[in-house]
Design a protein around this ligand. Sequence first.
Ligand SMILES: Cc1cc2nc3c(=O)[nH]c(=O)nc-3n(C[C@H](O)[C@H](O)[C@H](O)COP(=O)(O)OP(=O)(O)OC[C@H]3O[C@@H](n4cnc5c(N)ncnc54)[C@H](O)[C@@H]3O)c2cc1C
Length: 317
Amino acid sequence: MVESNEHVKTLIIGSGPAGYTAGIYAGRANLYPVMYQGMQPGGQLTITTEVENFPGYPEGTEGPAMMEDLKKQAERYGTDVRWGEIVEADFSKRPFICKTDAGKIIEAETVIIATGASAQWLGLPSEKEFNGGGVSACATCDGFFYRGKDVAVVGGGDTACEEASYLANICNKVYMIVRRDELRASKAMQDRVKKNPKIEILWNHNTKEIVGTSMGFNKSVNGAILVNNKTNEEKRINIDGFFVAIGHTPNSGIFKGQLDMDEVGYIQTIPGSTRTNIPGVFAAGDVQDKIFRQAITAAGSGCMAAIEAERFLGEHE
Ligand SMILES: Cc1cc2nc3c(=O)[nH]c(=O)nc-3n(C[C@H](O)[C@H](O)[C@H](O)COP(=O)(O)OP(=O)(O)OC[C@H]3O[C@@H](n4cnc5c(N)ncnc54)[C@H](O)[C@@H]3O)c2cc1C
């Protein structure tokens, strides 16, 4: 049996901090938001343990518990949180048409895209093994756990240089593992890392393996084995933290060709707002933010998206 189309005022795609915050605000504005949670209900923070920098938790909190709190808060104000993902979107006219993975058609007056971005990884088994226990893709999130210690950052672009500079303020020493004999970063960023006495750049090196101890949930990194890709020589560096900074992939593939994006796929929003090039479609959180990528900035833009959706409906109904 084919289900009949459902008409909603606001469809929220994604259930990370941006999506749930949009749900709280849209619910309280009587937009009766419907949310599809996607493959990762609760978003990226559900795969981390400690979150120490989200305001309101003086002792820190656990990522999954925090996201459960946000979900309850969104549901309390009427957000209809559903399993499933959106697999197709047609923004050519309003109401917009979105299709779920179960084949259901949602007609939405406004859409808030909060589908996040995924870190790119090197693809090493040891990187997976120590993820969250010595391996991280976010220095702002996890650098504090390595204060006074030695760490490594992989990558040669602007993000890697930013991460290395940030970590150099907290840690004892930062190795930058760069696979070429030059950095891809802007000249200013290159100068910043090259001048920093705490940063040592290891040119022409690839990571072979991350090493440490692993007992159940108790994992810690104590080194990395690197290979010089010119000489094939192997060397070990002693580190407590391994930060991968080789890029992120925004989860925006299904909107390609309809929404303005940068070359990587970040959705472009009008500065100071969450509006996209399609009136009535808003983007919030990491899917449109390649600079900050934090839970609080995602939540902040989720709030903006809901307020902008409410105003848009007020003007167009
Ligand atoms: C291991 C780790 C630790 C971190 N620690 C911190 C920290 O301590 N502090 C901090 O501020 N930040 C931290 N971050 C960063 C933070 O998690 C992100 O900035 C934040 O989660 C981004 O929120 P978001 O709502 O934009 O997207 P996400 O949290 O990425 O959520 C995206 C959501 O979209 C859904 N989705 C994707 N595609 C679809 C689709 N087609 N249909 C429906 N749903 C879809 C997913 O299922 C998911 O629910 C960490 C990130 C990681 C990976």
